[in-house]
Ligand binder design. Structure first.
Ligand SMILES: Nc1ncnc2c1ncn2[C@@H]1O[C@H](COP(=O)(O)OP(=O)(O)OP(=O)(O)O)[C@@H](O)[C@H]1O
Ligand SMILES: [Mg+2]
Length: 424
């Protein structure tokens, strides 16, 4: 008799493990070793030693491109600061807000008040005379501000307000909160606050109220992009903790670093690539991660990015792309811009949407070409003029999922069957 499940588990147990602990490769892990950020750590530590001496630290603006270690470095330093504060008996509180998530003046003030209140309760569950918890909507903003002041004044302390992705406040029209936060000390007697803003958008500062710029930018710390050898160092440290011994060779790390350095020196991208390569090796039950896995993972990551780009396209571009997809799925032969336009206009009519002109649609096709979603090759049709032949660069299932085509394609047959006869 053949062995049933027993054999299966034995086989799985025997297979070589790739990861020791993949959590160390995830963005949520805050490393306490940050190679090539020594200068930035030193600059920031000089500013943030102030509260340990009982002085108010300057406001700081931290900026640099995506994946240059801004969030990781600042969080690491804030943890150290709170720890050392406890040791020297100074009350230092750090409130970390991500402005991508908390992005209105009301919600920022309310979250600050509630988090500070929570910290007091955590230390003293019987604390009395605490102001009420602020609801997430409904109060006049002035009242929220008063509660925040009241809570800040309960104890003598230094509060650091960390606003990560601070540039997101501009697009939400909430940057007036920065004026309030950078002036709050003039309303306080016991407590002092400082603001730390983090941004990867360098165009953010010129859009701010000049009064905010001068107070937020008391100190500025730049995080430059990493080069390939620096990313290699970062990856090596993280890989030691997350992969089993001997499953990675140097060439794998070098290739991940080279890919990321060819972009803009983004450590997050390099770490994602390494993790994906490891996961592919694991799925294949390979005993080692090789450069082939990295290349495969690179293509996967690129495909994911493409999917995201499609998902965020304007509706009309999605419809143009969907038209080309529907044609490609039904027809083996080349698709022309005219065919796309016919299906596109039928789709628009079925969905009660405006039908753009041929010229506009042709422009959208060129944009999709530039994004790399499709190739549009100009071909001459002799005396009938020129047209474009379209070939898609994305997998159909993936693209349709990103377009959320079920929203648009209600009656597929009536759209493509008439076309098919014509094309036939
Ligand atoms: N010097 C470093 N050493 C170890 N890990 C690093 C280093 N720099 C960045 N990382 C890691 O790279 C990833 C991205 O870093 P981080 O989130 O700090 O970037 P960021 O500058 O805040 O980017 P964004 O502007 O997109 O928010 C994280 O997983 C972080 O732990
Ligand atoms: Mg960040």
């Amino acid at each position: 008799m053949k062995k049933e499940s027993g054999g299966l588990f034995e086989k799985l147990l025997e297979t070589q493990q790739i990861f020791k602990n993949r959590e160390y490769l995830r963005p949520t892990y805050i490393p306490d070793n940050l190679p090539h950020r020594e200068e930035q750590i030193d600059q920031l530590a000089r500013i943030w030693v102030a509260p340990l001496r009982g002085e108010t630290p300057s406001n700081v603006f931290v900026y640099g491109k995506a994946g240059t270690g801004k969030t990781a470095t600042v969080k690491y330093l804030m943890n150290e600061l709170e720890k050392t504060g406890d040791e020297v008996s100074r009350k230092i509180e750090v409130i970390h807000l991500n402005c991508e998530v908390v992005n209105t003046k009301y919600r920022i003030l309310a979250t600050l008040a509630n988090e500070l209140r929570g910290k007091i309760q955590e230390k003293d569950p019987d604390a009395e005379d605490l102001p009420d918890q602020v609801p997430m909507t409904g109060w006049p903003t002035d009242q929220v501000y008063s509660v925040l002041l009241e809570i800040l004044e309960l104890e003598e302390q230094i509060v650091i307000i960390l606003l990560d992705e601070i540039d997101k406040l501009i697009s939400k029209g909430a940057d007036d909160v920065l004026y309030v936060l950078t002036r709050i000390n003039s309303d306080l007697a016991n407590t002092k606050t400082a603001v730390v803003g983090i941004s990867n958008d360098l165009n953010f500062v010129p859009q701010l109220d000049p009064r905010v710029v001068s107070s937020l930018g008391e100190e500025e710390v730049l995080f430059p992009p990493y080069n390939a050898p620096q990313i290699e160092d970062i990856l090596k440290k993280r890989a030691e903790m997350s992969f089993e011994e001997g499953v990675l060779d140097d060439a794998v790390i070098r290739l991940c670093a080279a890919h990321a350095a060819r972009g803009h020196g983004d450590a997050r991208q390099a770490l994602d690539l390494l993790r994906n390569a490891g996961e592919l090796a694991e799925q294949e039950r390979a005993t080692k991660v090789t450069t082939k896995h990295v290349t495969k993972a690179f293509h996967k990551v690129e495909r994911d990015k493409m999917e995201e780009a499609i998902r965020t396209l304007p509706e009309q571009s999605k419809l143009v792309l969907l038209s080309a997809l529907l044609l490609q799925e039904r027809k083996a032969r080349k698709i022309g811009t005219g065919d796309v336009y016919d299906v596109y206009s039928a789709l628009c009519r079925q969905n009660g949407l405006e039908v753009l002109t041929r010229r506009r649609v042709s422009g959208l096709i060129s944009e999709l070409d530039m994004m790399g979603v499709l190739n549009a090759r100009v071909i001459s049709k002799g005396r009938y003029g020129r047209t474009k032949e379209i070939e898609l660069n994305v997998e159909s299932i993936q693209a349709r999922a990103a377009i959320e085509d079920e929203m648009y394609v209600k009656d597929l047959n009536s759209i493509t069957s008439s076309k098919q006869e014509k094309l036939g």
